[in-house]
Design a protein around this ligand. Structure first.
Ligand code: NAD
Length: 479
């Protein structure tokens, strides 16, 4: 049984949760302790007690811990990737890629711990000096979703610890194993007790403690819009700092002048890889008239080559959907798309078993053509391997449609026109814009995040992470 980490001790919880492999539902990944509200409060108390010493630790101490954790993650990427693929269902290469990203993030923020600097600014008053410095915020509550079981905890944890904060992490219920290993690695990398606490458990119980407990100074949340709104309301009520990364309905525009292979490859990746379960996935492809029919035919043809199966099997391109609830949601949307009058060109079939006969949550990637902007499949986040193609007459219409969404995470375009690429980068209402690249797949050392209903607060990752995980102090000295 995998336990919670509270104040440096591994503790059993009030209940136990079973982590099931979505590629083979007979396979139990492990049993994980579930904390209750009291244990969550103990974790907060431990983080509070550990904060004064950790916030005054030297940058070298913090570098050493984060660098060691990053090195271990990278050294064990094949093993941790296999575990991640087993618990979440992304393919092995994708899972190893995610683990590698997590390792690199720890290495990057190890360096950031050394680079925290400030400004010395002349005062407008004679004989006075002004220093602007950054200090740790305090106790940070981290609440993470299931679709990136190690990378998202890593990109919140690493900056939180690098800048001298203490942390309570509540990972998503579906994927506790990757978070547990992260806790184990950090613990052995030399973190003092209480600096990092892991409490696995239900959002409404353990997550709610983090939101309501006044000893938690800030919350960094990634997940759905509905939960994000609850996080925001709770944090505003007690004036805690917060940051939200939420859903997307990311557009991918294909113009007449696009390189067809690049456009098809990027759309295939954006829409279906990681089983469409990425916040940056594109499930809305907007295609101009002149290339539309060729594009849809080529994409449908390419989809025939995608192998759906066990996430850890060789040659598999698309793993299972994460669980039965998400599969039911995907199938609902496929039925909705059909009922709305979109044309299902390919896929959309649930498979109860893989090629080896193992029971799992399999779905063949689904492509809708003739979708219209007002349809629910064109507007709502499905979070599965379901893509709708919308036909437009011009670049201007494509841009307007791309921006016609309450979300604003990522936006992509396939074009060989410098003019259109440049205009699109400037006018796409999204936090991240991709030209001739999939909407998903980003670097680990630059800011990540969106606008509108996709994000709230300052950016995650890269040097911009300091905005959230530190607070600025301005000190005046009369010489
Ligand atoms: P979710 O909102 O259901 O859960 C996210 C986390 O919040 C989980 O740990 C959950 O246990 C917790 N939670 C649930 N109710 C809570 C409550 N009342 N109080 C406190 N915590 C609570 O989201 P999910 O289904 O795990 O993840 C999928 C969503 O995440 C999608 O919408 C996806 O787009 C989004 N996502 C966004 C990004 C991004 O960076 N923008 C990245 C990945 C996923």
């Amino acid at each position: 049984m995998y336990k919670n980490l509270i104040n440096g001790e591994w503790l059993e919880g009030a209940r136990v949760s079973r982590n099931i492999n979505p590629s083979d539902t007979r396979d139990l990944v492990g049993e994980f302790a579930q904390a209750d509200a009291d244990q969550a409060r103990e974790a907060v108390a431990a983080a509070r007690a550990a904060f004064p010493a950790w916030s005054l630790s030297t940058p070298q101490q913090r570098f050493d811990v984060l660098d060691a954790a990053g090195a271990e993650i990278l050294a064990r990427r094949a093993e941790l990737g296999d575990l991640l693929a087993r618990e979440e269902g992304k393919t092995l290469p994708e899972a190893i890629g995610e683990v590698t990203r997590a390792g690199n993030i720890f290495k990057f923020f190890a360096g950031e711990a050394l680079r925290v600097g400030g400004d010395v600014i002349p005062s407008v008053r004679p004989g006075v000096g002004v220093e602007v410095t950054r200090e740790a915020l305090g106790v940070i509550g981290l609440i993470t979703p299931w679709n990136f079981p190690i990378a998202i905890p890593a990109w919140k944890l690493a900056p939180a610890l690098a800048f001298g904060n203490t942390v309570v992490l509540k990972p998503a219920d579906l994927v506790p194993a990757s978070a547990w290993h992260l806790a184990d690695i950090l613990q052995r990398a030399g973190l003092p007790k209480g600096v990092f606490n892991l409490v696995m458990g239900r959002g409404a119980e353990v997550g709610a403690v983090l939101l309501d407990d006044k000893r938690v100074d800030a919350i960094s949340f990634t997940g759905s819009v509905g939960t994000g709104q609850k996080v925001a309301a709770a944090c505003v009520a007690r004036l805690a700092k917060f940051q939200l990364e939420m859903g997307g309905k990311n557009p991918f525009v294909v113009l007449d002048d696009a390189d067809l292979d690049i456009a098809v490859g990027a759309a295939l990746n954006s829409g279906f890889f990681s089983t469409g379960q990425r916040c940056t996935a594109s499930s809305r492809v907007i295609v101009t008239d002149g290339i539309h029919d060729r594009f849809v035919a080529a994409l449908a043809e390419k989809m025939k080559t995608l192998k759906v199966g066990d996430a850890r099997a060789k040659g598999v391109d698309i793993g299972p959907v994460v669980d039965d609830r998400q599969l039911a949601q995907d199938l609902d949307y496929i039925a909705i798309g059909r009922a709305e009058g979109a044309k299902l060109v390919a896929g959309g079939e649930a498979l109860s078993h893989n090629a080896d006969g193992a029971p799992g949550y399999y779905l063949t990637p689904a492509l809708f053509a003739e979708a219209r902007p007002e349809m629910r499949i064109s507007r709502e986040e499905i979070f599965g391997p379901v893509v709708s193609v919308l036909r437009v007459k011009s670049y201007e219409e494509a841009l307007a449609l791309a921006n016609d969404t309450p979300f604003g995470l990522a936006s992509g375009i396939a074009t060989t026109s410098l003019k259109h690429a440049t205009h699109f980068k400037r006018h796409a209402q999204a936090g991240m814009v991709m030209v001739n690249l999939p909407t998903a797949g980003v670097d680990y050392h630059v800011p990540f995040g969106g606008r509108k209903e996709s994000s709230y607060g300052s950016r995650e990752q890269g040097k911009y992470a300091a905005e959230f995980y530190t607070t600025v102090k301005t000190a005046y000295t009369q010489a």
